[in-house]
Design a protein around this ligand. Structure first.
Ligand code: NAP
Ligand code: ZN
Ligand code: ZN
Length: 347
């Protein structure tokens, strides 16, 4: 077994603190990655605080992982020691079901295996995430990343990037379309960059007036403060597509009314509570409310390659791991521009 240092929550609501554990030896199809940076996703916070239920402790979060390969198994072909590599939100899936065969491993019929807070298919090995010194993963579930981008700013692409890219592609966002982005956090700021890169006319729908100047720098054309009913009214029946990246309960029906005929809101945010929907807001204009979860293996690699080509990276605040608990408090207040990334050298 390989000894690993990390940060874990020992039980729900506990602060994260140092935690030592072991990972499996490098198998023939595996790579060992020395983790250099790990992004901090709001899903980490939801799970550490057991807001979705079913969290397994001790919990080592982190699924926006980038680092350097230090060892490869004998059958590995994609990587060699010294290469950069990345790991996202899942580390395995059944590899046999229709969804896996179609490259939608995130919707695996057996259930994908999360990078942390999950049991592997043996039913007893708990997965531990990227707030740690190293990780062993199957090469098939490990991504190639460019040498030409700042590594700390690449990390958030592994969740925030792919989670917004997948619906943007699935609903065929294209040049000239009117796209709304609800919640300018880690996911939201990537949604703005990615939709704008495809030529869409992007409007940020935010509760934070202080983010207005940033929104335009990120590529947004307009900014709406959602508490302002007058501004919201101006945008009625305006958008072709909205991606909802909000982490807390909110009134979705107000936003459905902003869609044009046949428009769609794709929900990616995962507030812990159910959200009511006004049927009138949905049936008027044949609107759709849909959901989307991260992205598949090929789709994630394609997104990473696209971002490398277009030089799209996340806006980050790099923190030492010792500041992770404070970072969670700031994330809850919406005080992050726009993703915390842990420098794992501080571990
Ligand atoms: P984040 O960085 O904390 O951003 C969330 C944003 O939501 C905030 O910046 C804020 O934006 C807005 N917001 C927060 N509280 C709000 C409230 N009470 N009312 C209205 N708006 C509020 O979080 P994130 O990492 O981007 O994650 C966002 C959500 O997506 C989380 O629930 C996370 O679990 C989920 N997620 C889902 C997937 C998936 O596969 N579907 C993947 C990753 C994450 P403004 O200041 O602009 O209002
Ligand atoms: Zn995430
Ligand atoms: Zn499957």
């Amino acid at each position: 077994m390989i000894a690993v240092k990390g940060y874990a929550a020992k039980h729900a609501h506990a602060h994260l603190g140092p935690y030592s554990f072991e990972r499996r030896e490098v198998g023939v199809h595996d790579v060992l990655i020395d983790i250099r940076y790990c992004g901090v996703c709001h899903s980490d916070l939801h799970q550490v605080r057991d807001e979705w239920g079913g969290s397994i402790f001790p919990l080592v979060p982190g699924h926006e992982i980038v680092g350097t390969v230090s060892k490869v198994g004998s059958a590995v072909t994609k990587f060699k020691a010294g290469d950069l590599a990345a790991v996202g939100v899942f580390v395995d899936s059944c590899r046999k079901c229709d969804n896996c065969k179609k490259g939608m491993e995130q919707y695996c019929e057996q259930g994908m295996i999360g990078t942390y807070n999950a049991y592997e298919y043996d039913g007893k090995t708990l997965t531990y995430g990227g707030y740690s010194s190293s990780i062993v993963t199957a090469e098939a579930y490990t991504y190639k990343i460019s040498n030409n981008l700042p590594l700390d700013r690449v990390a958030p692409l592994l969740c925030a990037g792919i989670t917004t890219w997948s619906p943007i592609r699935h609903w065929q966002v294209s040049k000239g379309q009117r796209v709304g982005v609800m919640g300018l956090g880690g996911l939201g700021h990537m949604a703005v960059k990615l939709a704008a890169s495809l030529g869409a006319e992007v409007t940020v729908l935010s509760t934070s007036v202080s983010k207005k100047a940033d929104a335009s720098k990120l590529g947004a054309h307009d900014f709406v403060v959602t508490s302002n009913d007058g501004d919201m009214k101006k945008y009625r029946k305006h958008f072709d597509f909205i991606v909802d990246c909000v982490s807390a309960p909110h009134d979705i029906s107000r936003f459905l009314k902003l869609l044009r005929t046949d428009g769609t809101i794709a929900l990616v945010g995962l507030p812990p509570e159910s959200v009511p929907v006004d049927p009138f807001a949905l049936i008027d204009g044949r609107r759709s409310l849909a959901g989307s979860m991260i992205g598949g293996l090929k789709e994630t690699q394609d997104m990473l390659d696209y971002c490398a080509e277009k030089k799209i990276v996340s806006d980050v605040e790099v923190i030492p791991i010792q500041q992770i608990n404070e970072a969670y408090e700031r994330m809850l207040k919406g005080d992050v521009r726009y993703r915390f990334v842990i420098d794992m050298a501080t571990l």
